[in-house]
Design a protein around this ligand. Sequence first.
Ligand code: BV8
Ligand code: ZN
Length: 262
Amino acid sequence: MDSRDIASTPPELITALKAAAHVLVFTGAGVSAESGIPTFRDALTGLWSRFDAEALATPEAFLKDPELVWGWYEWRRMQVLRSLPNPAHTAVADLARKVPELTVVTQNVDDLHERAGSDRVMHLHGSLQRPRCFDCGQSHPLPPGPPREPEGGRRLHPPLCTHCGGLVRPGIVWFGESLPEDVIAAAFAAARACDLLIAIGTSGLVQPAARLPWLARQAGATVVQVNPTATALDDDCTWSLRGAAGVIMPRLIETAFPSARC
Ligand code: BV8
Ligand code: ZN
């Protein structure tokens, strides 16, 4: 594994990117960090600094205190609404116009890839945009109006299912819950089929999502990660580009596919 900063992008990586028939971009919370959305393992800001995110992101936590967990997700949905895609999201959307086939697989529950112009994004861990009934699974529209931040920890009661009266939950895959079979199968198939996998802003700690780079490498693909720090994926990577996604990704695309000089 060879770590390099962006200034010394390996020429072999540029060659691989230009020659790739199918690129898979695999993102984690770090790709949204420069949009102002805290990553999962950063200290959570404000009202939520006293909670452990992983303890809140479970079905048990929701059943134990639905108003706390629903309030936390409404706070996160409000953060996303107030955020904009950053140059990393834009570079990924731009890359789709430069290579024959691009698959975007994200662990994130925000919609910043879509708002940057990426389509058919695979959300391994669900989305903030698609609440559903905890009991019968019926999907429900988002609450009308902008999400309200629970002032001073005020409880936010989740809506009730119009079909069965059950509690409406965020459309998220929580810890201890299985990922949607069709989504994880499609993501694994894309990892085995791609020529180049670019992992952006993920610590590589959450399974089974973190298997994607390893699957791609085993199938003979080149694997590169973009992250300011070392991660659990380092040994799966051909190269690790150390730096911020919002800086590295636009430069990588511009170096491989220079825009026409006007
Ligand atoms: C499951 C939704 C079967 C919630 C999330 C082995 C196999 C199977 C399961 C397990 C296993 N081992 C352990 C498990 C259990 C568990 C797990 O993986 N636990 C971990 C903590 C050890 N997995 C599960 O429970 C999964 N379910 O496998 O079902 C099953 C069923 C029953 C019992 C057992 C198994 C479900 C996992 C999905 C959980 N839901 N999200 C929500 O968002 O609220 S995961 C959540 O954490 C996020 O969605 C995200 O995916 C993950 C955080 O990871 P990252 O995205 O990597 O974010 P992180 O903060 O860690 O890192 C950010 C990175 O960005 C850092 O490296 C940082 O350096 C970098 N960065 C920062 N700034 C920048 C940057 N990079 C670039 N540019 C920058 N500017
Ligand atoms: Zn229901």
